[in-house]
Design a binder for this molecule. Sequence first.
Ligand SMILES: [Zn+2]
Length: 257
Amino acid sequence: MEEPAVAPVPEQNPPQETPELSVKETIKRMTGLQEKDRGLDRIKAQIAQAQTSADAIRRSIIEEQQAIESAKEQRKKLLLHHKTLEGDVAKIDGDINKHSGELRLVKTNEAYRALLTAIENLKKKKDDAETKILELMDELDLQQKRAKEAAAAMETHKKEKEDRAAQLDSEKGKLESLLEQAIQERAGLFAVFPPDVASRYERLRAKREGVAVAPVLEGASCGGCRMHLTPQMINEVIKAHEFVQCERCQRILYLPP
Ligand SMILES: [Zn+2]
C-alpha cells in the first residue's frame, strides 16, 4: 500500500518584528527624537565653541611670540643703523682733518675760502649725524624697555594660556564622547519609524530650525510659528487618526501632555 502523501506544510510568514505604531505613539516618539536631536545640536555647538576658543588662545600665544621676534629684528636693524651712522661720523671727522691740514697749503684766498666752506658743510653733516645717533639711542632704549615688558608678559601668560587651551581640548574630548553616545542613542530612537515618516521628520527638521514637531499652545496656536489653529484642526489633532500639519509652517502638531 502506498504511503499517504504528506501534505506540504505551508510556509509561514515571519512574525512581524515591529508592530505598526499608532499616530499618537509615533508623534510621542518623534518628540523624544526631536529632544535628542536638539541635545546633539547643543553638543556639536559646544564642541565647535571649545575648538574656536582653544584655537584663539593658541593663536594669541603665537602672535605674542611673533611680536617678540619682530621686536628683536627691529632692534637688530636699529643697531645696524647706529653703527652706520657712527661710521659716517668717523669718516666726516677724517675729511675735516684732511681739509684742515690742506688749509696751510693753499695758495689763494679763493681756494682757502672754498676749503673753509667745505669744512663748515662737513661739520654740519656731522652735527646732523650725531643728532640722529642720539635719537636712535633713545629709540633703542624705549624699544628695549618694551621688549622686556612683552617678554615678561609672555612669560606670565603663556603657561596660563597653554593650560586653558589644554583644558578646552579635554572638554572637547569629553563632549566628543558624549556626542558619540548620543548619536548611537539617536539611531535607536530613529529606527522605529517607517521610512516615509522618518524622511518627513528629517525634511521638516532641516527646513524648520530643527523643530519638526510642535505642540498646540494654549489659545489654540501652533507652537512652531504661533499661527492660530481652527477648532477643526485641533479636533483632528485630538483624534490623532493621521498627522496634522500646521498650514503655515508644516510642522506636525501634537497636544502636549
Ligand atoms: Zn506653524
